[in-house]
Design a protein around this ligand. Structure first.
Ligand SMILES: *Cc1c(COP(=O)(O)O)cnc(C)c1O
Length: 263
């Protein structure tokens, strides 16, 4: 199997427009997940594939659903909420919000999301908790850590993660499940791998001293360009968009601003 070139975001993934396209792409990604697991002696069942549907329209997402997807990741709260409302008839579908949240959008996430992967401030934790209590809901959350040191990436610095985790039991509606990161956008696999190793090591250290009720089993790391490396380093969730849906027209600078385009 060829090692894919990292972060070749445009032109590499043809658009999925039919049910067969989705079946084919999902099977291909699952085969690569299984191969990565086999290289390091992991059970493929220990890796959850989260298809990322941002920018894709309802008809396309319904095809992915028909091909077997039962959860989708969305970066932007408003977009997640709009799609959740439009596809409410798919009652077994879960939405995961994987992008930065501002407190004034906490209500949307509290209402529509089954999971929030980008918790990175106590202000957001407080706002989400309050909105969740009002909705009578609880939410699985992952804490986002900036493992690349790039100013353009959201997330806590690794040095701040322990104190942050110790403040989270105060928010009863947040069920903390683990950590999430975005690796550096680099063509050098070794630099990408370093981000994933950092997150895993941090998780292992934090888990040893975690407060009661804070579980750190999940490691959400890896996207279309680097999920195989992430799995080799212990990812339990991979967030894969373009390798399933096809390339996005929207540049990634729309999602993690300030010059984070692939080089
Ligand atoms: C878009 C996005 C992904 C998926 O990226 P692809 O290149 O489409 O696989 C993963 N994580 C986050 C936070 C995203 O916004």
């Amino acid at each position: 199997m060829n090692t894919p070139t990292l972060h070749e975001h445009h032109g590499r993934w043809p658009q999925a427009t039919t049910l067969d396209d989705f079946r084919h792409n999902l099977a291909a990604v699952r085969a690569r997940i299984a191969a990565a697991c086999q290289r390091v002696g992991r059970d493929p069942a220990s890796v959850r594939l989260l298809p990322v549907s941002k920018t894709k329209g309802e008809a396309t997402i319904r095809l992915a659903y028909a091909a077997g997807c039962r959860e989708f990741g969305e970066n932007k709260p408003q977009e997640a909420y709009r799609k959740w409302e439009a596809m409410a008839d798919l009652t077994d579908l879960r939405w995961s919000v994987i992008g930065h949240l501002q407190t004034n959008k906490a209500k949307l996430v509290a209402r529509c999301a089954a999971e929030f992967q980008a918790l990175d401030s106590l202000r957001v934790a407080e706002a989400l908790d309050r909105r969740l209590q009002a909705e009578g809901r609880a939410l699985d959350v992952l804490v986002q850590v900036n493992t690349s040191g790039e100013a353009s990436k959201y997330g806590l610095s690794p040095a701040d993660a322990a104190a942050f985790l110790h403040a989270l039991p105060a928010f009863a509606a947040l069920r903390v499940r683990g950590l999430m990161t975005l690796a550096i956008l680099s063509a050098e696999p070794a630099r990408v791998r370093r981000c994933f190793v950092l997150l895993r090591d941090l998780r292992d250290r934090l888990r040893a001293a975690a407060p009661d009720g804070i579980a750190l089993d999940e490691l959400s790391m890896g996207m279309s360009g680097d999920y195989e490396i992430a799995i080799e380093e212990g990812a339990t969730v991979v967030r894969v968009g373009q390798a399933i849906f096809g390339a996005r027209a929207t540049p990634d600078s729309d999602y993690w601003p300030a010059g984070a385009e692939p080089r």
